[in-house]
Ligand binder design. Structure first.
Ligand code: ZN
Length: 297
């Protein structure tokens, strides 16, 4: 169908990497690669993704970047329960200037970590000066949304679905609170209040997804789009991306996210005060069980 490896598999020589990197012509392919955990994002993956985006930025032969996930899903969100969970590990911070979270406590620790690894990183990736297309199949949940939303646009297969169920934890949405900007505010409320899965088609109707195609046409569609964009001049694309991002921020996105980040951390702190932890005692398994219960209700 196309050259390169398909979205669902990693290049053979990078099978052990949490993020893989491959350049074909003018297109850099970046793949999340923890398929056994539905590409749950630990910090190792976050920093590897940042390295890959930096590499693509620095390579003048790369005009367009495509982000996808190996295995059956794009990403099931932040890692809240795999053996590779590494929330207590220090990495070389680069998204914001703040102190390391590892030797801190309570809100001090959470605010430091989430400012850097979640909100800060997504904002940094949104500003990558080359077009980034999210190629989404399967699950795109919570932290998975943050990755897809920090890309310039989304092309999804018809089996893709999107949800942000963190209201179940008492938390008003994921850290990169783009919901009211990537869809309309009323749809954002339904999305958050119910925690329901929105299909790729529904997401497209709401303007969150640009195109929906059959699963076996996903890669060829995305690569054809990438090639078309690659015909444009590099600097023109960079300035155009900045222009639209600036307009989006003038529509309040950046300031809105900052204000909601405060509510998000208030929710974490409330949870820590009244339950067993900042996630309201809900780990990945408990969340899955609760989501299933609601779907069956
Ligand atoms: Zn959080």
């Amino acid at each position: 169908m196309t050259d390169g490896v398909p979205p669902s598999s990693a290049p053979a020589d990078q099978a052990d990497e949490v993020v893989t990197y491959e350049v074909r012509g003018a297109v850099a392919r970046i793949r999340l690669n923890r398929p056994e955990y539905r590409n749950a994002q630990n910090s190792a993956m976050t920093y590897a993704l940042d390295d890959a985006l930096r590499r693509a930025t620095d390579d003048d032969s790369v005009k367009v970047i495509v982000l996808s996930g190996t295995g059956k899903h794009f990403s099931a969100g932040h890692d809240i329960g795999t053996p590779g969970r590494d929330v207590d590990t220090s990495f070389d911070r680069r998204a914001v200037i703040w102190w390391d979270h590892v030797d801190k406590e309570g809100g001090d620790q959470r605010f430091a970590r989430e400012s850097e690894v979640y909100l800060g990183m997504c904002r940094r990736w949104r500003e990558v000066p080359k077009p980034v297309i999210a190629m989404v199949h399967g699950a795109c949940i919570a932290g998975g949304l943050m990755l897809a939303w920090s890309c310039d646009f989304i092309i999804a297969s018809d089996d893709a679905f999107f949800s942000d169920p963190v209201v179940r934890m008492g938390i008003p949405g994921v850290e990169y609170f783009a919901h009211p900007w990537v869809m309309n505010p009323r749809a954002a409320k339904e999305f958050l209040f119910t925690g329901d899965r929105f299909s790729a088609r529904r997401a497209r109707e709401l303007g969150m997804v640009n195109q929906v195609v059959p699963r076996d046409e996903l890669e060829s569609t995305v690569l054809a789009m990438a090639e078309r964009i690659a015909a444009m001049p590099r600097f023109g694309l960079a300035l155009t991306k900045k222009a639209v991002n600036q307009a989006e921020d003038l529509m309040g996105m950046r300031a809105g996210m900052d204000s909601v980040f405060g509510l998000h951390h208030f929710a974490h702190a409330h949870n820590a005060e009244v339950s067993t932890d900042s996630l309201g005692g809900l780990d990945a398994r408990a969340m899955a069980a609760e989501n299933k219960k609601q779907a069956g209700a």
